[in-house]
Design a protein around this ligand. Structure first.
Ligand code: UT7
Length: 323
């Protein structure tokens, strides 16, 4: 017998306002064509002025709880991945905890930028397999529209807002790769690459700042590191690339997604792609893709999924799970 963290519910929330690429043509020297061909993005959602990350996160959490047939009383912990929390403190996770009416357990944020959901899943899994929690709500939620430099065409056309969530539950497995639940994880970071992707402000430097990215440099690292982390996690689970039913990648750029699938020897039919509709929603992109993938009828119980992500830090990682 082995303790496994099994996904028993998934849900997402996207803010109402949809912004097509063409809207940027009015204010920037850019085109719908450039954005589409270089990134695969066609539109993104932006939060309303009075809508915050914890608002989006709460709605995604409610959807995941409903999907699981559970209420907040059934949850022991909330792990929320975000780089755009409402306030410096408390954590967005405790704000969601209060909004859900959850008065037991504990909640905290995880900050690993675009790799945040992979780091959050891995930490939630550790809480479950070590017996510290039986059911954990794992959320990725972001309002990256709040840290865009709207005069920088090389970044502001790429990001969007949104939230996704899963409910993980402790269940017994046989300890084999046939078990449902999280089978293996792999986390990495290398702080030497800070300058490739960062926000030029923060509490300790007394400003909010804007996102700065050397996109083509991040791109250079992405395919290689994503392939390696996915294959490392699969290897730890005793599985190989051909066992994968779905790659559910971080949705930053269709060319990175295609390059990684190709390097792993998998066709695009085995990849859940949402980047065209959501843009890059950082830590929210994987749970959003899991939820949309299930809604579309792509992801089914028993399917083997590998999620992978890379972002600021650089930080990157992968999680292998059976749905
Ligand atoms: O989620 C966190 C991880 N982040 C990522 O994974 C992002 C990784 N990087 C990327 O997705 C791509 O590098 C970008 C989509 C950001 C850029 O694509 P690229 O093919 O790497 O283009 P580039 O940065 O090399 O720029 C090519 C040209 C430049 O012009 P010059 O110097 O060749 O004259 C840019 O100034 O495209 C220009 N450019 C634009 N042109 C029209 C940059 N942004 C735009 C724009 N519209 N919005």
């Amino acid at each position: 017998m082995a303790g496994r963290s099994v996904v028993v519910g998934v849900g997402h929330y996207l803010p109402q306002r949809v912004v097509p690429n063409s809207e940027f043509e009015n204010t920037l020297d850019t085109t719908d064509e450039w954005i589409k061909t270089r990134s695969g993005i066609e539109r993104r959602h932006f939060a309303a002025e009075d809508e915050t990350t914890s608002d989006l996160a709460t709605k995604a959490a409610e959807a995941a709880l409903a999907d699981a047939g559970l209420t907040a009383d059934d949850i022991d912990a909330i792990v929320l991945a975000t780089s755009t929390a409402d306030l410096t403190f408390p954590s967005a996770a405790t704000m969601v905890q209060a909004r859900l009416g959850m008065t037991q357990g504990f909640a905290f944020d995880v900050q690993a930028v675009c790799a945040g959901f992979v780091f959050a899943l891995s930490n939630a899994n550790a809480l479950i397999v070590s017996g510290q929690a039986k059911r954990v709500l794992v959320i990725g939620a972001e309002t990256f529209s709040r840290i865009m430099d709207w005069t920088d065409r090389s970044t502001c056309v790429l990001f969007g807002d949104g939230a996704g969530a899963v409910v993980l539950e402790a269940q017994d497995g046989n300890g084999t790769a046939e078990d449902r639940g999280i089978l293996a994880t792999d986390l990495n970071s290398d702080g030497r690459y800070k300058d490739l992707l960062y926000v030029d402000g923060g509490v300790s430097t007394q400003s909010t700042g804007h996102l700065r990215m050397q996109g083509n440099q991040v791109f250079r690292h992405a395919v290689e590191k994503l392939t390696k982390t996915a294959e490392t996690a699969l290897d730890r689970a005793g599985l190989s690339n051909s066992d994968v039913d779905w790659i559910v990648p971080h949705q930053a750029n269709i060319r990175i997604i295609q390059g990684t699938a190709k390097k792993m020897g998998l066709p695009m039919e085995n990849v859940v792609v949402t980047v065209q509709d959501h843009g890059n929603t950082s830590a929210a992109s994987i749970p959003l893709a899991l939820s949309v993938g299930k809604e579309r009828g792509q992801i089914k119980p028993g399917d083997l999924i590998v999620t992978e992500a890379i972002g600021g830090g650089l930080a990157w990682g992968a999680v292998v799970l059976r749905w």
